[in-house]
Design a protein around this ligand. Structure first.
Ligand code: KIV
Ligand code: ZN
Length: 573
């Protein structure tokens, strides 16, 4: 059976291909950004934005810093017409901002477009017609000459209407479906349009090359752009713009390469909303540039607010892995990543002026309005000791000793694994306290007193077990040692090793101290306890008590001790 080749390439390489642009590492300068959210983005929504929503979106675009905004296709929809009138009549177009409107190259549509533009201070009138081989053959059934004629007529009409309408107008032409158009033909059409407009350096025209449907690898699109840039007439008087869509998922790469290849302007939308797989995502392109040190003039420092307004206004969602903007894009769950990030953060604290080089984080989350606390290190069953310690240090000021970190992180891993969920910082802190603080139904030290004799400390402590009390005495080189020796001797605890550390918790006078004690028995089993008090020694004694209570061997010995005490009713009853 004969097989039919269903697909073949639908694009055309230019007659001359210049690849010299590829030698540049990245665009050295930001393009003129043009947001087409309110037109291309809006026309792709299940429910297009209403007037109020468009106004709110427009205000957000201004706040981000867009200076060129395509506000709609006023002849195509009543809302878009009303929206443009609203902007004009309410004086909502700042001096440094130029709005843009789209129109087809047809007289009645152009006429209505200029009616909507009445009294606008300045605007770009964007006229387009399809030039691709497929559209010429299948949609218009017109020859190359006839399709070029349509473009020229459209150019003439907008020029004529601009002459008879008060206002400062510039023109933009798009050979729609450029990526399916033979480049030499697209060039011929664009040059014919420019011949009509006769642009000057003072009043430049915009030639916009849309990847209406993305059809090739990004470097091929860039080669088409390079060809246009090289052979376009009035080049000095023309702003070369690109308008990538994302059918192959490479719209961003296509935009970035097109900028290398000579494009000076970029049309796109926030988060890539737009027809089918969307327009190019301007947030990503701009942040990609910023991350390489290029000044973009766009402000995404409040990106979480932008995401939430975008989601409300468009009823679209920003996926959690959307570059820069997604909820999870800075999150590290895996132990090794967390460990490296925690160390990277410490390095930053030591070198606050150093450029951003933190492992696993391409940019500083704070530059897009995210926080280290909530967004970076997140704890689940994949997490390790570095991550858990980072969360407790960042949010609760705990400097947990290394060995205790390990003990606690296994505990946390187990809980997250059993419950199959992420644990929040507050829960982790709660679990930490529950696991290591002494509990009131075990043995505890009700009071203690220490004094120094020569270079030795003597301690007296009152132990309580339920209703029973026992006074114990001990000596040691330090205060804590004197107390613990007393308890161990009285209760028969044979401690092979004890580690102790403490730190200030709040800073300043009257601050609480945080104590950590790990005790190990002869078989090598270690248990940990923690204590918090404004008095360092009280915190340490609490930590010791916690460790004894949590140690499987010592806690058994303690309950045995308690049974003996109850039986013979000794102590200070
Ligand atoms: O994608 C496209 O071709 C367009 C044009 C109207 C510029 O949106
Ligand atoms: Zn488009």
């Amino acid at each position: 059976m004969k097989t039919v080749q269903r697909y073949q390439k639908g694009y055309f390489l230019p007659p001359q291909t210049d690849w010299s642009w590829i030698r540049q590492e990245y665009p050295q300068q930001a393009p003129h950004w043009c947001s087409v959210d309110l037109r291309d983005g809006n026309q792709a929504l299940v429910t297009p934005m209403c007037l109020e929503e468009k106004i709110a979106f427009y205000q957000m675009l201004l706040r981000i810093g867009f200076k060129e905004i395509e506000v709609g296709f006023p002849a195509a929809s009543e809302t878009e017409y009303q929206f443009l009138r609203y902007l004009v009549t309410h004086d909502l177009i700042p001096e440094e901002v130029t709005i843009q409107v789209l129109t087809q190259a047809r007289e009645n549509i152009i006429k209505k477009t200029f009616a909507a533009l009445k009294d606008v201070p300045r605007a770009v009138v964007h006229v387009y017609n399809s030039t691709s081989l497929a559209q010429r053959q299948q949609v218009f059934r017109k020859s190359r000459r006839e399709v070029k004629e349509l473009a020229v007529q459209g150019a003439e009409l907008v020029r004529e209407w601009a002459e008879k309408t008060a206002g400062n107008f510039r023109f933009e032409y798009s050979p729609e479906s450029f990526t399916g158009t033979e480049p030499e033909y697209a060039l011929e059409v664009c040059n014919a349009v420019l011949d009509v407009w006769q642009p000057s350096v003072e009043r430049k025209a915009i030639i916009n090359l849309p990847a209406t449907v993305e059809m090739s690898l990004p470097h091929v699109f860039a080669a088409q752009v390079a060809y246009m840039s090289r052979y376009l007439h009035y080049r000095e008087a023309t702003v070369l713009s690109v308008h990538p869509h994302n059918d192959r998922g490479t719209g961003i790469a296509a935009a970035e390469m097109a900028l290398l290849a000579g494009a000076e302007r970029l049309e796109g939308t926030l988060f890539g909303n737009g027809e089918r797989t969307g327009n190019v995502d301007l947030v990503t392109v701009a942040m990609n540039m910023k991350a390489l040190g290029v000044a973009t003039q766009l402000d995404f420092s409040f990106l979480p607010d932008i995401v939430s307004a975008y989601e409300t206004l468009t009823r679209m969602t920003v996926p959690p892995r959307q570059p820069y903007a997604g909820k999870l894009v800075f999150a590290a769950f895996s132990g090794s990543h967390q460990d490296a990030i925690a160390k990277g953060m410490h390095f930053r604290r030591e070198h606050p002026q150093a450029p951003w080089t933190c492992p696993y984080l391409y940019i500083d989350p704070q530059s897009v309005g995210r926080t280290y606390d909530a967004d970076v290190i997140r704890i689940n069953s994949q997490s390790g000791k570095g991550g858990v310690a980072f969360v407790l240090e960042e949010q609760y000021g705990l400097q947990i000793p290394k060995a205790l970190r390990e003990d606690f992180s296994y505990y946390i891993k187990g809980i997250s694994d059993r419950q199959q969920r992420e644990l929040q910082a507050a829960e982790i802190y709660q679990l930490f306290r529950q696991r290591y603080e002494p509990h009131s139904d075990g043995m505890y030290v009700e009071s203690f007193a220490v004094h120094k004799t020569g270079n030795r400390w003597q301690a007296k402590a009152v132990l309580v077990y339920g209703a029973e009390k026992q006074v114990v005495e001990g000596v040691g080189n330090g205060q804590l040692q004197a107390i613990t020796n007393g308890i161990c001797a009285a209760c028969g605890l044979d401690i092979a090793d004890l580690v102790y550390s403490e730190h200030d918790l709040d800073g300043g006078t009257g601050s609480r101290g945080m104590a950590y004690i790990g005790i190990t028995d002869k078989t090598g089993i270690t248990a940990w306890g923690i204590g918090v008090d404004t008095d360092t020694m009280t915190a340490a004694v609490q930590a010791f008590t916690g460790a004894v209570q949590h140690h499987p061997v010592f806690s058994k010995q303690m309950s045995f001790q308690r049974r003996i005490l109850s039986a013979i009713a000794v102590g200070g009853r």
